[in-house]
Write a protein that binds this ligand. Structure first.
Ligand SMILES: CCCCCCCCCCCC(=O)SCCNC(=O)CCNC(=O)[C@H](O)C(C)(C)COP(=O)(O)OP(=O)(O)OC[C@H]1O[C@@H](n2cnc3c(N)ncnc32)[C@H](O)[C@@H]1OP(=O)(O)O
Length: 235
């Protein structure tokens, strides 16, 4: 049986392959590390308990240092020509900042496509605090950068963030489910315009809009999203 091949431009949000045993273990380890980080924030423990925990953490780190890292350049190189393996596809998404389930820095934020809307949800813990009891604005900005970037799922090209404007309208609470939504507004040559909103407890807390610049010529809508406008006059 030949292994299925994955293409970078044919990996819709929320439709990743089943994790390999290695990926499942990385995710499990990352969740433990993230939980330890969350537990550590202002932990009111005695010094001896912290010294013992530090020794355990050091031993864990040293046990992993003998392994090398799979090359992102090689992984992307295979995916971009449609020759990515299941492990390549998982490695591409599993370590994304804030959303990757195998990234210990991720809350994680979960993204999915809902028709023409990109949605996300996350519950941010103590490690993501800005003002007391509230999510750090920079963390929300990062989440919005990622969310808006995923409106590129509607087009056949990919690019980098050119401009991201964020308006903080109300504090966003920690330990509360936060929901995000984004939509593609219009395409204009190599520029993709999109906008997003953030809600917590039924209140809109942030509004954002962004411009993405394609790295490979003009943005074009995928055929299945042809009903989305690429008319620059429509906002
Ligand atoms: C394959 C797998 C990859 C995989 C890619 C995976 C991407 C993951 C990205 C994760 C998110 C990030 O962190 S991205 C990292 C943060 N962003 C960056 O570092 C970007 C740094 N900036 C740049 O590298 C550059 O300035 C670019 C690429 C954005 C644009 O440079 P350029 O390609 O020379 O474009 P240029 O000809 O000047 O302009 C083209 C058109 O875009 C407009 N324009 C140019 N810059 C901007 C801008 N910042 N904001 C708005 N609009 C802009 C121009 O007015 C022009 O409009 P007109 O005259 O045609 O009307």
């Amino acid at each position: 049986m030949t292994e299925e091949k994955y293409h970078y431009f044919d990996m819709p949000l929320g439709e990743l392959p089943e994790p390999t045993p290695v990926s499942a273990r990385r995710r499990e380890l990352a969740r433990e590390l993230a939980a330890i980080n969350e537990q550590l924030v202002r932990l009111d423990s005695d010094e001896a308990a912290l010294a013992a925990a530090t020794e355990q953490a050091r031993a864990l780190r040293q046990s992993l240092e003998g392994f090398s890292h799979r090359s992102m350049r090689d992984i992307l190189g295979r995916l971009i020509v449609g020759q990515g393996s299941r492990q390549d596809a998982l490695d591409m998404a599993d370590f994304e900042i804030l959303s990757g389930p195998a990234n210990a820095m991720s809350p994680p934020v979960t993204f999915w496509l809902d028709g023409d809307i990109v949605r996300a949800r996350a519950t941010f813990g103590r490690a993501f605090m800005g003002p007391p009891g509230k999510v750090h604005g920079g963390v929300l900005s990062l989440a919005l950068d990622m969310l808006l970037a995923k409106t590129q799922d509607f087009v056949s090209n990919v690019g980098m963030t050119g401009t991201l404007k964020v308006r903080y309208m109300a504090p966003t609470p920690l330990h509360t489910e936060v929901s995000f939504e984004a939509r593609l507004v219009r395409l204009e040559g190599r520029k993709l315009f999109s906008e997003a909103r953030v809600f917590a407890d039924g209140v809109q807390t942030v509004a954002a809009d962004g411009i993405w610049i394609s790295s490979q010529g003009d943005y074009r809508l995928k055929p299945e999203y042809a009903h989305l406008t690429d008319d620059s006059d429509v906002a």
